[in-house]
Design a protein. Structure first.
Length: 254
């Protein structure tokens, strides 16, 4: 189990030693993020609510509400975004789908899943009812994570650090909280892109839409066809080019 808790141990080490200057508010947010999920899930088990298909989604909704009320300084939430960001966002989305598809396969090649613990987790996810999985992955998950990691954590980091440092730290926290090396390969770059989007547009709603559409591509098992290493490299470079183009367009329109 050492490998399972390593990411949290590493994060705590950095926080304690001050290598990464993370405020007490962010540490409390992460602590509540983890503990509230455990608390609500235990409560649902005791009340037999966990038998309902939407129990996990309800946990995420309750945790988001508590964290939003307790830690979010800016309670205003805008359900709109400027139409000028539609094309750049689409470019970013398509570019990151290509990049992360390749990074995902790279992670499995470098670190084959041997642990029965993780095999069981991924198999259980695959065996979920499609409607339930869609609701959790495409709708609730993006709202929950963007409100916590961009609206609260990144916003706080931007108050204390430069843009680049704040975005990298928030992406690092976002990727480590998934607690497995395979998702780290994709969660970290996605966290960087979402951080840049949030910084340039100041719209968490746009981040939620991007995150939701990206997760939808995973839900639909979108895959870039590759036959050899040259194809991988070409596809990866195309994905990087499209992503950079999308970032430049967002920055130019900000």
């Amino acid at each position: 189990m050492k490998g399972d808790i390593y990411p949290l141990v590493l994060l705590n080490f950095y926080c304690i030693t001050g290598v990464v200057n993370i405020s007490s508010k962010i540490i409390k947010t992460i602590f509540f993020y983890v503990m509230l999920q455990i608390l609500f899930k235990l409560m649902f088990i005791l009340l037999h609510i966990n038998k309902f298909p939407i129990s996990d989604s309800l946990v995420y909704i309750l945790v988001t509400i508590v964290l939003y009320i307790k830690f979010c300084d800016d309670k205003h939430f805008n359900f709109t975004f400027d139409k000028k960001y539609i094309i750049p966002t689409c470019l970013l989305l398509f570019g990151m789908i290509i990049v992360c598809d390749i990074l995902s396969e790279l992670s499995l090649y470098m670190f084959p899943i041997k642990s029965s613990f993780y095999k069981d987790i991924f198999e259980n996810i695959g065996n979920e009812k499609p409607l339930k999985l869609f609701f959790e992955v495409v709708i609730i998950g993006p709202i929950f994570e963007e409100m916590v990691f961009r609206k609260i954590i990144l916003k706080e980091l931007l108050n204390k650090h430069t843009k680049n440092i704040a975005i990298v730290i928030s992406a690092l926290i976002f990727s480590l909280i998934h607690l497995n090396i395979w998702q780290f390969f994709t969660a970290f770059p996605i966290g960087i892109i979402l951080g840049l989007m949030f910084y340039e547009t100041d719209s968490v709603f746009l981040c939620i839409i991007f995150h939701s559409l990206y997760n939808l591509s995973i839900f639909l098992n979108f895959d870039i066809h590759k036959t050899n290493n040259i194809d991988y490299i070409i596809c990866f470079m195309i994905g990087i080019f499209i992503t950079v183009l999308g970032l430049k367009l967002i920055k130019s329109k900000s």
